[in-house]
Design a protein around this ligand. Structure first.
Ligand code: AMP
Ligand code: GLY
Length: 427
């Protein structure tokens, strides 16, 4: 098959990992990453384009003969990038705007799940007009209380409140604009208790799909899952409890009804579906849908794909995965995110990063890095570099990542030393 050129949109560790995997494909011509980061140049060429400026992207891809766009994060998808390029003979790996509402609107996602009998927490949605009903619904539930802004809120739109008083006060604040227009509608749902995992499905929109290796991420800044939420501090794949029995339930109760539900509603979806699941006493339930790959799960999951990702993504975008195989690497993969001191609060930028060249037992996926005016690699974000490793077990893979982290240095370096420990306890 002929090689073709691809534009990847995004700048995080997830995009670094996608670029790393894509760069191994014999089908890849040139890879461009927009805007990319201080590490993505190793796999292709960084291009200064905003992922949300569709006309600029259109002009650029036409000029450069790019045939496929891979979208890393949700914003362009929710804004309708698939629909924008549909007419133009340029493939986009991702859902249409209607499909992206599975992430863009939690109320829509819940309605979709109820309609398709997909197991999820009991819920109701409220607006400023129905706030009194919201208070009454809260009284029907038991603590803790889960409140979700309907729209995108940069991963911050979910509040879990321990008391009814705090839940009512937060409902009022959210409906009064705590997350701007995103919280004009609030989903209140039952709290589910269990261990979470992330299941990724590559969907071709015509009934064909492949399930990627399952991962678990670590969201809080502090060890023992304490402190503020972050964009993700580490991930592990595979997830021991996501065994054959569990995954068969995921397939029959969640994936198939999702794939068919989209078709029944005439929603075009040719890309990744991210199922945020929770294991409630052995039964998988959906916490949320996302319409892209996870970060930092991707920085572990890409290591475990033993097939040509470019071929798979193109087939999905063309609506025909056919018999194409997605083989899993049997090894364990982990990633540990190294972040800036102070993150997820305020943190400094521009700290010089040293030692990356000395790392040989891990793969470094750059996230918040850039090359400064003097040509030095410096920090430019909260999450700086994701350190991914293979191993024979979770402990073995982690030992490689932690050894590598010792070699990478910058002022204020921080990381969690307990990634994967909860899963090891289950073994
Ligand atoms: P989300 O932004 O939907 O991923 O929610 C953020 C986090 O809140 C999830 O990863 C869960 O840890 C937690 N969460 C969301 N919904 C629930 C729920 N119904 N029960 C328990 N935890 C939840
Ligand atoms: N790791 C969770 C997410 O990407 O949303």
């Amino acid at each position: 098959m002929e090689k073709f050129d691809i534009l990847l949109l995004g700048s995080g560790g997830r995009e670094s990992a996608l670029a790393w995997k894509m760069s191994q494909s014999p089908l890849l011509g040139k890879l461009y990453i927009a805007p990319g980061n201080g590490g993505t140049n190793a796999y292709g060429t960084n291009v200064a384009l905003s992922p949300l400026d569709f006309p600029a992207i259109e002009a650029w891809v036409k000029e450069n003969g790019v045939k496929m766009i891979v979208v890393g994060n949700e914003d362009p998808l929710v804004a309708g990038i698939y629909d924008y390029f549909e007419e133009q003979d340029i493939l986009v790996v991702g859902p249409s705007k209607a499909g992206a509402a599975l992430e863009g609107s939690k109320d829509f996602a819940k309605q979709f799940m109820v309609k398709n009998n997909i197991p999820t927490a009991r819920y109701r949605s409220f607006t400023a007009e129905t706030i009194e009903d919201g208070y009454r619904f809260l009284e029907e539930l038991r603590a803790p209380y889960v409140l979700k802004a309907d729209g995108l809120a940069a991963g911050k739109g979910v509040l879990i409140l321990p008391t009814i008083e705090e839940a009512k006060a937060s409902l009022k604040e959210m409906l009064s604009g705590m997350f701007g227009a995103s919280s004009a509608t609030v989903v209140i749902e039952e709290f589910l208790s269990g261990i979470e995992c992330s299941v990724f499905v590559l969907n071709d929109g015509n009934g064909g799909y492949r399930v990627l290796p399952v991962a678990k991420d670590y969201k809080r800044i502090g060890e023992g899952d304490t402190g503020l939420n972050t964009g993700g501090m580490g991930a592990v794949s595979p997830v021991p409890f996501a065994d054959e029995v569990f995954m068969e339930k995921v397939r029959t109760r969640i994936i198939e009804p999702t794939v068919k539900g989209l078709i029944n509603d005439n929603i075009t979806y040719r890309g990744f579906i991210f199922l945020g699941l929770i294991n409630v006493g052995g039964e998988p339930m959906v916490i949320e849908y996302n319409v892209r790959m996870g970060d930092p799960e991707t920085e572990a999951v890409m290591l475990r794909i033993d097939s040509d990702l470019v071929a798979l993504m193109r087939a999905a975008a063309q609506g025909n995965l056919g018999e194409m195989e997605l083989k899993e690497d049997p090894r364990t993969a982990v990633t540990v995110m190294v972040v800036s001191g102070g993150y997820p609060g305020n943190y400094p930028k521009g700290k010089v990063i040293t030692g990356c060249d000395n790392v040989n037992e891990s793969i470094l996926f750059h996230a918040g890095t850039k090359i400064d005016a003097d040509g030095q690699l410096v920090t430019s974000g909260g999450r700086v570099i994701s350190v991914s490793s293979y191993g024979e077990s979770i402990a073995d893979a982690l030992a490689h990542s932690y050894a590598s982290i010792e070699k990478v240095n910058y002022e204020g370096k921080y990381f969690r030393r307990d990634i994967g420990q909860d899963l090891q306890k289950l073994l």
